[in-house]
Design a binder for this molecule. Sequence first.
Ligand code: HEC
Length: 138
Amino acid sequence: MIRMKYIVAMFIIILIVLQFFQPEKTNPATDSSLSLEEQTEISPHIAKLIGRACRDCHTNDTVWPLHSYIAPISWLVDYEGNYEPPMAWVLLDATCEQIMLGKMPPKRYLVVHPEAKLADTEKEAICGWAMEEKKNYE
Ligand code: HEC
């Protein structure tokens, strides 16, 4: 029994030490002139869908939930990534592709954010918008 207690104690100590290793969680200021609303013709419906499914990672308005503070779960939270947006055309094209392939929003994000899941009709709506906007850059 003493051994069991020892193992549990070690486990708890390790968990506590892990908490000191946290990813950076900052929300830098946003330049609103670069928003989708400013840069594209976007209906409130599409803006809302994108807000629901993509905002946490692709804007600086990330909502950091409690689990994003608890290691080791927090290590799975790479909301910002090292992601530099490419040109608008490529981005709009990739948006449709990533959504249709089911790669965005990422599956492990959907596990804890089921509200971000997009129905097929919603995917098609975003895709239709992206394809229409893409024409402006051709
Ligand atoms: C959990 C965070 C997260 C969410 C939610 C998310 N993304 Fe991403 N996205 C990323 C990261 C990180 C990358 C860059 C690394 C990668 O390719 O995995 C990325 C990359 C992309 C790319 C570029 C892919 C390429 O071809 O290089 C597009 C386009 C994209 N996301 C669109 C979306 C759209 C549209 C949504 C909402 C429907 C969305 N993402 C939701 C984290 C996220």
